[in-house]
Design a protein around this ligand. Sequence first.
Ligand SMILES: *Cc1c(COP(=O)(O)O)cnc(C)c1O
Length: 359
Amino acid sequence: MAVPLFASSLEPYRARLDEALSRVVESGSFILGPEVAAFEEEFARYLGARHCVGVANGTDALAIALRSLGVRPGDEVVMPSLTFYATAEAAVEVGAVPVFCDVDLETACVTAETVRAAVTPKTRAIVPVHLFGNVAPVPELRELGLPVLEDAAQAAGATLGDRKAGALGDAATFSFFPSKNLPCLGDGGAVTTDSDEVAEHARMLRFHGSRDKVTFEEVGYNSRLDELQAAALRVLLPELDGWTEARRATAAEYERQGLAEHVTLPRPVEGAGHAYHLYAARSDRADELAAALKEQGVGARGYYRVPVHRQPAMQRFGAGAELPATEELAATNLALPMGAGLSPEAVGEVVEACASGST
Ligand SMILES: *Cc1c(COP(=O)(O)O)cnc(C)c1O
């Protein structure tokens, strides 16, 4: 039996998705209509945040949120290098300077210590990434006294204490790209915040910098979540907690079946309810192991082998950064199959394949 890296399927929701999409087509309202408004309210309520602003994708969400938080050209924004490229790309796009900090080797997330080492008088915001569905320690980061923007693209459904990731910082951004934990049927994203001002600014920026569609106060974006995607998200949001529970059960099953004998298991940040967007284990022989798993039909992949600060487009910002834990994780992480639809038998196959691949 082959075990894919992403073990989730929308097939069980097909009829309800079809119904929701038909409803939108019949309505003839495709941009900023009732579905987007309803999803924004439902997702904000789910997170325990006051506002949600739907935008076109998670990258735009980052750029819009940074500007809404007051980040201006030339300002420094501290962020990890171990993340998807878009985290840094969005900062550069708004004219800011990404300053890359290290992460904790065990959790793959930034800490107050790694962030503090990168803060200067020019720092205007901190962007912790809830990498792989783990949750960066946002309350500790807020004590540094700078605005905190959570990149929660990988962390829909994750928690820290009794709060949801995405409702911990001054603002947060989500992506609903189809492989993320809360997917839509194409591109989609959101900015969430408790601040009326930040939300209003984000709403303005997503519509060309205009509040009333007549006067254009700022150069903004054409970046909306559309009605079809919002309708699909309203079908899938009620499933998110169940999917997250299933992902956690899969992680527990990996542990129960002895995966720790073959690789180093991912570790949740203290107090975090990990959402396991990816089940990123670690091995000194990660690439060899991935090749061995592939031969046995088991999906596995190392992420961010070239971390952002060493990407060609980031050379002028990343040159000289010394990030030892980032480098080690970039070389050794190995994502193993994860998803809401993974059976204990499939987990057993992955563990067995790891066992035979490690000898
Ligand atoms: C996916 C992702 C993004 C970008 O989201 P898009 O919707 O693809 O633009 C940003 N940051 C992180 C950490 C991501 O995983």
